[in-house]
Design a protein around this ligand. Structure first.
Ligand code: IMO
Ligand code: MG
Length: 419
């Protein structure tokens, strides 16, 4: 059977939580393969709302197993808080979640280092969520990290001390004043809590599962934040693209089935970095209000702008997207004119490629569409969609060369059209 992948094609916050929750009904196993609690995946159903950080979005489906894969970085403290919150609603979290032993642990000092690094960068800062993501992946790549499976080792405490002391020296070097021990007790308590979960050899578990079941891999962040292909250095520290699902779960590329690429009908970005179609005017403000574009993790107002098809075509290519999923077009219901960026002008030259230079001055070239000026939120069938909206969809499908298979018209599970 195949591993289908669902991932964000922009700068994160595309609505992955909702879609995984909707799709999870068809998948007995859902897995996160990268990122950590920098993610904030929002789910709404039966009048309730949840934001998931490290837990896969299949958690509310009765028969689904949820894997925290080895490409993930796990903060035991955040994870425990998240689990306890969900457990309160009667969800048996310990029966529904399994955790890869090879996933790396975020220590409290990783979070301090994140803050220290950002402070040291001053104006050039990344705008990190400060969850310790960058420093944890740094330790993984430099071969200093601690993994979930290590919590079972008799010398875990001393290995923790060794890594913590390394961090203390780095913090001192950065001149960052803090108490590195402040959260140690909470961390150790959360580590004990982790031991109550089934810790797995993810690569064996996943490949065994794929012999009889289809699985869904849930990406975090978005392709434009990918450490290799995003707007470096304004990126996150993991492989957010489809290939990351292979390394993050221990699955061969030939096992990948559908690649569901999610995008919003406009663009948002949190943190620093290039954003060619960003709007600094009333329209940007209007999008922020209509789309409630405030960070689910940090509460920061998101930067807003028109849809960027140049960037989208790039990420469709990187991921081999087979099915597109469009979110939040209902937020454009009231606009007289809707713009989409179809090429860039860089140094006076028009191009349909994303330039290497992160600091290049990019002028977006737009194609305009007549707004549909109708309330889409109640639509549940293709036939109910206005003609202008269908034209708009057809244009995007042609430009991107991939069909839009799902249209989401509101945060609730039910507000979804399958095509
Ligand atoms: P979900 O999964 C949007 C952004 C941060 C910052 C950069 C690096 O909810 O879509 P990091 O904390 O990873 O070192 O931050 O990446 N970022 C996100 N933006 N959605 C996310 O996750 C993000 N995770 C990280 O704002 O610019
Ligand atoms: Mg988010």
């Amino acid at each position: 059977m195949k591993l289908d992948v669902v991932l964000g094609l922009q700068w994160g916050d595309e609505g992955k939580g909702k879609i995984v929750d909707v799709l999870a009904g068809q998948y007995p196993v859902v897995a996160r393969f990268q990122g950590g609690p920098n993610a904030g995946h929002s789910l709404h159903f039966e009048g309730k709302g949840f934001v998931l950080r490290s837990i896969p979005s299949g958690i509310f489906r009765k028969d689904a197993t949820n894997i925290v894969g080895n490409g993930v970085v796990l903060d035991p403290i955040t994870f425990k808080g998240e689990c306890e919150n969900i457990a309160k609603t009667g969800v048996p979290v310990k029966d529904r979640i399994v955790i890869a032993k090879k996933a790396h642990l975020i220590l409290p000092t990783h979070r301090l280092l994140d803050a220290a690094n950002e402070a040291a960068m001053g104006k050039g800062k990344i705008g990190s969520t400060l969850k310790g993501i960058g420093p944890t992946y740094t330790d993984k790549i430099s071969r200093n990290g601690l993994r979930v499976g290590d919590i079972l080792a008799p010398d875990f405490k001393s290995r923790f001390e060794k890594l913590k002391n390394r961090h203390v020296r780095q913090l001192e070097q950065l001149g960052y004043e803090c108490d590195p021990d402040a959260e140690e007790a909470a961390f150790m308590e959360a580590v004990e809590y982790l031991k109550e979960f089934r810790l797995i050899d993810c690569e064996y578990y996943v490949n065994e599962t794929l012999k009889t079941k289809t699985m869904l891999a849930e990406g975090a962040q978005g392709s434009m934040l990918d450490v290799d292909y995003g707007s470096y250095p304004f990126v996150t520290s993991s492989s957010t693209i489809c290939a990351g699902a292979c390394t993050g779960l221990g699955v061969a590329p030939s096992q990948i089935g559908h690649v569901f690429g999610i995008f919003k009908a406009y663009c948002t970005r949190v943190g620093s970095g290039p954003f060619p179609t960003e709007l600094f005017d009333e329209t940007g403000e209007r999008l922020r209000k209509l789309g409630n574009e405030f960070g689910a993790v940090t509460g920061r107002p998101r930067r807003c702008g028109w849809l960027d098809l140049v960037a989208l075509k790039y990420t469709v290519m990187l991921n081999g997207v087979t099915d597109l999923i469009m979110m939040k077009s209902d937020c454009l219901d009231d606009f007289d004119t809707i713009k989409v960026c179809t090429s860039y002008r860089v140094d006076g030259q028009e191009t349909s490629q994303v330039p290497f230079d992160t600091y290049a001055e990019i002028e977006p070239v737009y194609t305009e569409f007549k707004g549909w000026k109708a309330d889409l939120t109640g639509c549940r069938k293709e036939e109910e969609l206005p003609a202008e909206f269908k034209d708009y969809i057809r244009f995007m499908e042609e430009y991107l060369g991939v069909p839009i298979k799902i249209i989401s018209l509101g945060p609730d599970r039910e507000a979804t059209i399958m095509r």
